[in-house]
Write a protein that binds this ligand. Structure first.
Ligand SMILES: N[C@@H](CCC(=O)N[C@@H](CS)C(=O)NCC(=O)O)C(=O)O
Length: 337
């Protein structure tokens, strides 16, 4: 009898131990930096310059998280990941968060045990072709060869699109974006397909970008956003509200330039966002000025968008769907209250 109780106790202790929630925030704080998975090279989203400095919209998300946690956006170790290895790197805890133009799909959540925290960029899949080809619509790509990267949603969307339209095509698939773009640049494919944002980004890498157009057809929904494991709700909450803080700041008109002025505001929504009222930051394991730290160092969502990919940047992408909900887009953040 005593023996059976002892066995039961061991089983219970083991179960409780395995069920203990992961403490990503604590391990990030103890380590002293955030390990962020990013693209290997996608200018405007994540790219390393000659001085070893990373920049881009996805990189700024990592910086925003580091600012919220450490009040120092430089406390990030970037891990460049190919499409095929990104989710495994997250599952096996090689990274704390994945911020790498990854599309939120049901399969990736239920099949891989991951959780998309928010949508940092609403996108869709498109095609890039040479002007000289005189193609104006994706349907004219029937029988043509199309370069793409494996391990992406791109592959299935492409197959679906041609199947739906009862057309055939020749997919030419590569493990790395570098190889795929080189094949297209060398003329080994008639078209290149990816998320439209990726096409804008990669077009800047071609010898004569203006010789290539992005077709108007958008064949899928690609909501891109940061991803975490499902085992840590506190961490999921921090990642999610980091994105929402930047969108809320944009909506409230708070930016890097007017933050100090905004700190004196008596508007309740501004005071709560910036931590002058409420205990929202502390309740999630941060300091109450967590969002102010993000805005001061990285900026609001609109500033991040414009700086990295917007019409004034090298990529020149119109804000489009990523405009705020009250300005004609679908970027919408739940309120901080
Ligand atoms: N959003 C799609 C596609 C993401 C993707 O990996 N696209 C490629 C082609 S643009 C890319 O970003 N490659 C950059 C890299 O591998 O560094 C997905 O989640 O599967």
């Amino acid at each position: 009898m005593i023996f059976r109780h002892a066995i039961l106790a061991i089983v219970l202790v083991t179960c409780v131990a395995t069920a203990a929630p992961a403490q990503t925030l604590k391990s990030v704080q103890d380590r002293g930096n955030l390990i962020c998975g990013v693209s290997e090279r996608l200018p405007g989203f994540s790219a390393k310059d000659d001085q070893g400095q990373w920049s881009g919209l996805d990189v700024d998300f990592c910086r925003a998280l580091a600012a919220a946690i450490f009040n120092d956006a430089t406390k990030v170790e970037y891990v460049p990941l190919a499409a095929e290895s990104r989710f495994e790197a997250l599952r096996t805890k090689k990274i704390d968060v994945l911020s790498r133009n990854s599309t939120w799909t049901m399969g990736r959540e239920v099949g891989l045990g991951l959780a998309f925290a928010a949508v940092s960029y609403y996108d869709g899949q498109g095609f890039m072709v040479r002007n000289a080809l005189k193609i104006e619509s994706a349907l004219e790509l029937a029988e043509k060869s199309i370069c793409l990267q494996s391990g992406t949603t791109t592959e299935l969307n492409l197959a679906d699109y041609f199947r739906n339209n009862r057309l055939s095509y020749k997919p030419v698939t590569f493990h790395s974006v570098k190889e795929a773009l080189k094949a297209y640049a060398d003329g080994n494919c008639d078209a290149f397909t990816s998320d439209v944002s990726g096409l804008y980004a990669l077009r800047t890498e071609l010898t004569t970008p203006r010789d290539h157009i992005i077709l108007p057809d958008v064949i899928s929904k690609e909501p891109l956003g940061p991803v975490v494991r499902q085992d840590d709700f506190q961490w999921f909450t921090i990642v999610k509200w980091t994105q929402f803080a930047m969108v809320n700041a944009d909506e409230l008109g708070i930016n890097q330039g007017n933050l100090d002025e905004a700190m004196k505001s008596d508007k309740p929504s501004v005071r709560r966002l910036l931590g002058m009222e409420g205990e929202f930051g502390k309740q999630v394991g941060l300091t109450n000025d967590w969002a102010a730290r993000i805005i001061r160092t990285v900026g609001n969502y609109g500033e991040v968008f414009e700086r990295n990919v917007g019409t004034g940047s090298k990529l020149g992408i119109p804000r489009g769907l990523n405009q705020l909900w009250d300005k004609g887009g679908i970027q919408y953040a739940p309120p901080i209250r």
